[in-house]
Design a protein around this ligand. Sequence first.
Ligand SMILES: [Fe+2]
Length: 628
Amino acid sequence: MAPIRILGLSAYYHDSAACLLVDGRIAAAAQEERFTRKKHDERFPTLAVEYCLKEAGIGPGQLDYVGFYEKPLVKFDRLLESYIASAPRGLRSYLMAMPIWLGQKLWLADEIRRELAIEKDVLFGDHHESHAASAFYPSPFEEAAVLTIDGVGEWTTSSIAHGNGAALSMIREMRFPHSVGLLYSAFTYFTGFKVNEGEYKIMGLAPYGQPTYLDAIRDNIVDIHEDGSIELNLEYFEFVHGLTMTGAGFERLFGGPRREPEAPLTQREMDLARSVQEVTEEVMLRMARTAHRETGSRKLCLAGGVALNCVGNGRLLREGPFSDLWIQPAAGDAGGALGVAYALWHRYLGKPRVSAEASGGWQSAAGAATTAVPDYTDAMQGSMLGPAYSDDEIEAWLTSRGIAAERVDRGELPERIAELVAAEKVIGLFQGRMEFGPRALGCRSIIADARSAAMQSVLNLKIKFRESFRPFAPAILREHVAEWFELNTESPYMLLVAGVQPSRRVAPPPGSETLWGIEKLKVARSTIPAVTHVDDSARIQTVRRTDNPLYYDIIRAFYGLTGCPVIVNTSFNVKDEPIVCTPEDAYRCFMNTGMDVLVLGSLILTKAATPPSARAEHEAPTALHKSL
Ligand SMILES: [Fe+2]
């Protein structure tokens, strides 16, 4: 029988994406930004669709179903009602939004058919159901509670569902304008970061602050109910009727206007970040308890933009009622493309779910250190769902450009790379299929020595061209995670934060307690200082050989050389650029930064071997961006 091919799409808001499901298995998924090189590109994912079809060797005419991740008419209804409720205050934002809605979004089915050059019907999922489907169906659980939290979809801002086999029942929802995501985004805006992008920075900034605004936020801005639902005091928010997130209310409450985006950070922003982070964690915990109570499940799946709050996720695992937690790696709206495709397969077509449940189950947080690691399989294929390039393709491209490279035997590659990492070289690692979702997981990564005290600064200044207040993230062999971190479970997608084991911490030198801001990050707090935050935490990626053999073998070889099973893993890009997709993107990034070595498949390039003219052109960046 011919396979059933479903194309899932998300677009027109933030980070558009396409996903192709063939007989219920993910054949391909990618974000449009990687191809267009425009970060968070929200346009129709033409190139991502083209890639997905190419991967399966089909044309658009061979698609059986096409699904879009949300319902534009219902979203329009929300915009209209919000306008009526706040008229005439909302007139300006209404008038701004209308031309886009009338011209494009309402006629989306026609638009999609035209873009794909197909005649068939386009099916529309519900925004939060798409998130819920993306969280549950590819998870390793046969049965689980499902929690989605984000800014807003059509009307829903958060939902609780129960997944069991192919069934996914929506149980509860919270509705616009009451939204944890929008609350967090309001503080992102007020502290001078970009909404939908800077939320991660608030989370990274929080450990520098004190929760001094906690009471002010709870007394004035948000009511947190026992069940985790919240009520925002709309007097403080402008997003319902204005073009900004916050207004005079925030200014009164927090002692002055918002920080201008490039202005220096002050203690106020740090304290605001800490305070809103704590509020968010509290809400997440309460929501999780409600999800547990309503479903009786011991397992939880998470998606929606707030599920990228890995500090909150770490707390959920430690303090929440669930023994196991699985987070969709593309938790934001890009993952909606995957979710709607899964929803069509299981819910619309009624296809059974083939269980990927681990035979031994997972271990929970803070369990005893062990090298006996339970089996684990989800359906995300390590989130390596994007384009790959063979060694021959890479070599042909390098040759065509006259670029010298050494082709190394695959078996020798891990040892060679590990030696370079141990020698404190910064390596661009380009291997196999590109990751789907915001994190690089070893396929489009920059890797380095986590033990190096200088590596933070080297990576920030020579590679990323920024001075960040966030540390880099560690990748660790799964079987060693409990020896190094206060975690003993899977974190394959780098979405859990936990403490560095006290035995690995070192006492900061005398006088360092008086340091302020980013200076705190420069103090070595552990034997892996490049990945340790100022509160001794780390955003952890656990690596299994089954997920990514070469990546695992590199870390394993590094462990053999140094006794340390931890390396730095940061995304292969520079500030304001999407993660690299092609060998050409990787080469350009390599040449434009102070990276020492580039490994493209089995081909190794070093700066010394590249043409001097190219080096002179690209080295020594002058414009350092200072975030702090
Ligand atoms: Fe969303």
